[in-house]
Ligand binder design. Structure first.
Ligand code: COA
Length: 151
């Protein structure tokens, strides 16, 4: 079992996130991209740590009534252990705390593990952006979870 700890992303986490990005994505976020998010008031980035080792991260932005997951990744040797679920829960708590109406994201239509994770968290396919991704060119599914209205 993982001794999992989720906290806000700090500058010291960025080099390990850059490595994780390179491992997972064909157009990875750079150190500079991530550093900019530290000062971005609409950005909420979290890291998953086990005994201070970075094992995953998630980046969320909140704009008006909407919450978007920009990126999520877990190191391969730590997958299928609930880390992705814990990071999405953190994003959903953030979305709830900020009073947003929904949380949404784009995902490559061939990315079965990620789509399975989002479905398991109650996200539904709400649309598609044709040729949204490069390297390789691919459609994006738009997956969204709409929150129940609070009176
Ligand atoms: N195959 C089938 N179902 C999967 C799956 C896989 N490879 N990975 C996750 N799931 C589903 C399962 O229902 C799983 O529950 P279970 O393990 O009890 O069956 C559930 O999602 C929760 O998985 P979890 O362990 O919380 O997710 P994770 O820590 O493995 O992280 C990703 C999932 C997508 C973040 C991880 O695979 C990853 O980093 N992928 C590369 C980066 C990426 O593609 N990010 C998404 C960009 S949109």
């Amino acid at each position: 079992m993982i001794n999992l700890f989720i906290s806000r992303m700090e500058r010291e986490h960025i080099p390990e996130i850059v490595e994780l990005e390179k491992l997972c994505f064909s157009t990875p976020w750079t150190y500079e991209n991530l550093e900019e998010e530290l000062d971005n008031k609409t950005a909420y980035f979290f890291v998953a740590l086990e005994d201070e080792k970075l094992i995953g991260y998630i980046g969320v932005s909140v704009v008006a009534d909407s919450c978007f997951i920009n990126n999520i990744a877990v190191y391969p040797e730590y997958r299928r252990k609930g880390v992705g679920t814990a990071l999405i829960k953190m994003a959903m708590l953030t979305a709830d705390a900020m009073g947003t109406d929904f949380i949404s994201l784009e995902v490559r239509e061939s990315n079965y593990p990620a789509i399975a994770l989002y479905r398991s968290m109650g996200f539904e396919e709400m649309g598609m952006r044709r040729d949204f991704y490069r390297r390789p060119r691919e459609n994006a599914l738009i997956m969204t979870k709409i929150f129940a209205k609070k009176d």
